[in-house]
Design a binder for this molecule. Structure first.
Ligand code: C2O
Ligand code: CU
Length: 479
């Protein structure tokens, strides 16, 4: 019997509660279960589905299957997901998985993916964070109908990073992502994880764990509840890699967590319940120049962080909880296995980030209301502006309200230069190369951006998927 099971059984015995599957303990000492947020929940939540159920109901964290995106057939289709104990959730799945398989490739690899739309509505898949030419970007104009296909073929030429993939049909993205269509896309290179040796000594194998953290709401039969509205959908419970109420057994080792905010709208404020630091080593576009110890990290929809957590001193059966301080939710429980594994250390110096030089021009983008960008709702046929390939530009993001707006740009990474007003600073988790940055009410965020991957048609949009589907998006062309 593993240390975890013996701990749980002992707890169950003490409480006099049977451990039959599906038996939820209430009031377990794992932190508060407050699932309220400032936004209204349109749906009633069953008491036993409140986040952070009892310890005994925790199940092993699901790790999505890892596949190589070379000659890959990728189908988006309806299918069953097993999320809640004893219930089947009708979902939308990439290759039958909830969330989709993790695609893993190296810089220089030639990716070839044959996408098939098995949904009952139009769709297309976008590789969020991948710097590819427009034919491979999954722009909303490229949607295909039911049974339609799209062939992707590109060579990876960018830094190692955790990127991700999800649908991008105009007005339908929120619902399709919410019902399960999302997966990780890990790019590796020689700095990050060398083929020969591993200079930085970053954890790999079982010690490198992707965490797609999203929220969802369920009805009493296990069905996903959703309403498409511009104000954004907030679920009533968190799912980690599609797992409801998960734990992860961890050795006495340093772990690398590749974290994605896969929510439609919610911002995560991540922290460990022990107050121990997470060592931030990377953001959307890959490794930072230096690691930094942080006790909390905030990420909006579409943003990623790469963190190391030191469990070398965690004894058998001892636990640590990854929490969201804003939602007050327990997200993922780490349970010590007591097994001493790697020696390892937390590297300080990681890689080089070359700052973009002076901008040759400035563009201003206003995120207005819940559906407009620069005063207009999305016109799929228009080209709102052109950007010369190779020019460094300053893009200024402002809003008059209805934030937070996680602003996302296709086709290039950017560097966040400053935030004026509101929180008034650039946070550590916004350093390095980014493709998404959160703009709150009363804030102006300025980034430096340079398109180098390709000319052609891309979009800029808000990644609060209710805003995106409502039309807070614009086409532009790199020329
Ligand atoms: Cu994650 Cu344009 O999207
Ligand atoms: Cu927005």
């Amino acid at each position: 019997m593993s240390p975890l099971n013996s701990t749980l059984n002992r707890r169950a015995f003490v409480r006099g509660v049977a451990t039959a599957s599906g038996a939820f303990l209430t009031g377990a000492a794992l932190g508060s279960c407050d699932s309220r947020d400032p936004h209204q929940h349109p749906f009633p939540v069953e008491p036993d589905l409140a986040a952070g159920g009892g310890a005994n109901s925790r199940v092993p964290l699901r790790i999505p299957p890892v596949v190589t995106p070379v000659g890959l057939a990728l189908t988006a289709a309806p299918g069953p997901a097993n999320v809640l104990p004893g219930k089947t959730t009708p979902a939308l799945l990439y290759n039958g998985a909830f969330p989709g398989p993790t695609l893993a490739a190296r810089k220089g690899d030639r990716v070839s993916i044959n996408y098939t739309n098995g949904l009952s509505e139009r769709s297309i898949t976008h590789w969020h964070g991948m710097l590819v030419d427009p034919a491979n970007d999954g722009h909303p104009r490229q949607v295909v109908g039911t049974g339609g296909t799209h062939a992707y073929d590109f060579t990876i030429n960018q830094r190692a990073a955790l990127n991700w993939y999800h649908p991008h049909p105009h007005m339908l993205t929120g619902g399709q992502v919410y019902r399960g269509l999302a997966g990780g896309f890990i790019v590796r290179d020689d700095t990050d994880t060398g083929l020969v040796g591993n200079a930085l000594g970053l954890p790999t194998g079982n010690y490198e764990v992707p965490l797609i953290i999203r929220d969802a709401s369920f009805d009493s039969s296990g069905g996903l509840q959703f309403s498409s509205k511009s104000s954004g959908f907030f679920g009533s419970t968190p799912l980690i890699n599609g797992t409801y109420n998960p734990y992860l057994s961890v050795d006495k080792a340093i772990y690398r967590f590749r974290i994605l905010n896969g929510c439609n709208a919610r911002i995560w404020r991540l922290a460990l319940n022990t107050g121990a630091p997470m060592y931030l080593i990377g953001t959307d576009g890959g490794l930072l120049d230096k690691s930094v110890a942080l006790t909390e990290i905030s990420i909006g929809s579409g943003e990623r962080v790469d963190v190391l957590v030191d469990f070398r001193a965690l004894g058998a059966s001892q636990t640590v909880m990854l929490r969201c301080l804003d939602a007050g939710w327990d997200l993922l429980q780490f349970v010590g296995s007591g097994i001493s594994a790697l020696v390892g250390s937390i590297p300080t110096s990681l890689t080089t980030i070359t700052p973009l030089g002076a901008a040759v021009r400035t563009r201003r983008f206003t995120f207005d209301g819940m559906t407009r960008l620069n005063g207009k709702t999305y016109d799929i046929n228009a080209v709102e502006f052109t950007v010369p390939l190779g020019d460094v530009e300053r893009w200024v993001f402002v809003t008059n309200g209805n934030g937070p707006h996680p602003v996302h740009v296709h086709g290039a990474s950017f560097q966040v230069d400053k935030r004026i007003g509101g929180r008034g600073r650039v946070f550590d988790w916004e350093r390095g190369w980014k493709d998404t940055v959160v703009v709150n009410d009363k804030e102006t965020v300025e980034v430096l951006i340079q398109f180098v991957a390709s000319t052609g048609l891309y979009v800029i949009h808000c990644h609060q998927l209710g805003h995106e589907d409502g039309g807070m998006m614009a086409n532009f062309e790199v020329v």
